[in-house]
Design a protein around this ligand. Structure first.
Ligand SMILES: [Zn+2]
Length: 126
């Protein structure tokens, strides 16, 4: 057991595929430490002392990863280089400061623009 109640992934066990909803099963690819799905043909590797299952794919901009909680795969998210088990809502909260900074930047830009216009009007009025 480790962080986020993740369980070590046992290569001798058969796990369901976390990607496809077609009941695919993960099987170890012969002579490798990688796992392959027998339905969707996705390939996965184990990370973090066999606690994280990561999808080997170039079709997604971000690497998709999961941990096994003993019952099912739990999706992991990569935020600023760190892998966390945040769900969508917590993810939004984490990104909120970033949105706030962007909002502040827009306000500052609008203020500068307004000031320049005000200055132009003042100069024209002289
Ligand atoms: Zn699959």
């Amino acid at each position: 057991m480790g962080k986020w109640s993740a369980q070590k992934i046992d290569l001798n066990r058969v796990y369901p595929c976390p990607c496809c909803r077609r009941g695919g099963r993960l099987q170890q690819i012969t002579l490798t430490d990688a796992l392959g799905c027998d339905r969707c043909q996705q390939i996965f590797v184990l990370k973090e002392s066999d606690q994280i299952l990561e999808q080997l794919s170039s079709t997604y901009p971000a690497q998709r990863a999961w941990f096994w909680d003993g019952q099912t795969w739990q999706r992991l998210y990569q935020i600023w280089g760190r892998i966390t088990p945040l769900n969508g809502f917590s993810l939004l909260l984490v990104r909120l400061p970033l949105l706030f900074i962007l909002f502040l930047l827009v306000i500052v830009l609008l203020a500068i623009f307004g000031f320049i216009q005000l200055l132009a009007t003042w100069l024209n009025g002289r």
